[in-house]
Design a protein around this ligand. Sequence first.
Ligand SMILES: NC(=O)c1ccc[n+]([C@@H]2O[C@H](COP(=O)([O-])OP(=O)(O)OC[C@H]3O[C@@H](n4cnc5c(N)ncnc54)[C@H](OP(=O)(O)O)[C@@H]3O)[C@@H](O)[C@H]2O)c1
Length: 255
Amino acid sequence: MILLNKTALVTGASSGIGRATAKLFAQEGATVVVTARRQAELDSLVAEIETDGGQACALAGDVREELHARALVDVARERFGGLDIAFNNAGVVGDMLETTELSLSSWQEMLDTNLTSAFLGAKYQVPAMLERGGGSLIFTSTFVGYSVGMPGMTAYAASKSGLIGLVRGLAVEHGARGIRVNTLLPGGTDTPASITNAPDATPELLTFVEGLHALKRMATPEEIARSALYLASDASSFTTGTALLADGGVSISRT
Ligand SMILES: NC(=O)c1ccc[n+]([C@@H]2O[C@H](COP(=O)([O-])OP(=O)(O)OC[C@H]3O[C@@H](n4cnc5c(N)ncnc54)[C@H](OP(=O)(O)O)[C@@H]3O)[C@@H](O)[C@H]2O)c1
């Protein structure tokens, strides 16, 4: 139980990587505040965690809203006494269109959901962690735009690369006061957001995407959750300001 006596906030917890991470953090002893927009999915996650003997509470809302970012931290303080870990993971891939075809509203939606939400999260999470004498902030980025350019994904890449600058700034702003800040960069992961699970996806597309990775497969959400656990826990106590690839070698594969 490496997160015993810790309280963690997990965004994007209704599905995929966030859901798996909330469950893993709870299994490792953390009390967990979970959020996303879909209340029913959050309720079933809380029920699962409680059935397993853990403690969790849900607050549904939109990560693009400042009031929601503040309310989440208030819930962590009121229900569990404070905040030690924040996994800011909610994100969308958005419209996959070439840049010249992309609307300003699509671009803006991607930046709001993937990047501005991270700023809003940090703005309220950092003071709460300082009250506890430190903590660990983690943001979910991606290899797309970091190590690989992908057509039709420029807004996604720009929003997720922005997280890396945000993290480096936050890490030096607050490192002296015990706060570590890192980004996690998953490779292709088998979640509803993956293009391999789109309604028009074919077995050939899955084989193609798997083949891009050195490991010749995609990750499970649980594998990415274990990397988030590393960044959340004292196992990474001297790690801050980094972009941690958990990408199955998609960044280095050329075969
Ligand atoms: N799957 C991959 O291959 C992959 C690879 C690299 C990085 N990532 C990143 O990993 C993160 C998790 O994605 P996933 O693959 O686990 O996809 P997912 O299963 O679709 O999960 C996305 C989560 O984000 C939440 N979300 C989206 N927009 C939101 C909003 N405006 N307000 C609140 N919550 C919102 C969704 O909840 P609601 O719909 O209930 O609001 C959902 O819980 C994302 O940041 C994604 O970019 C994924």
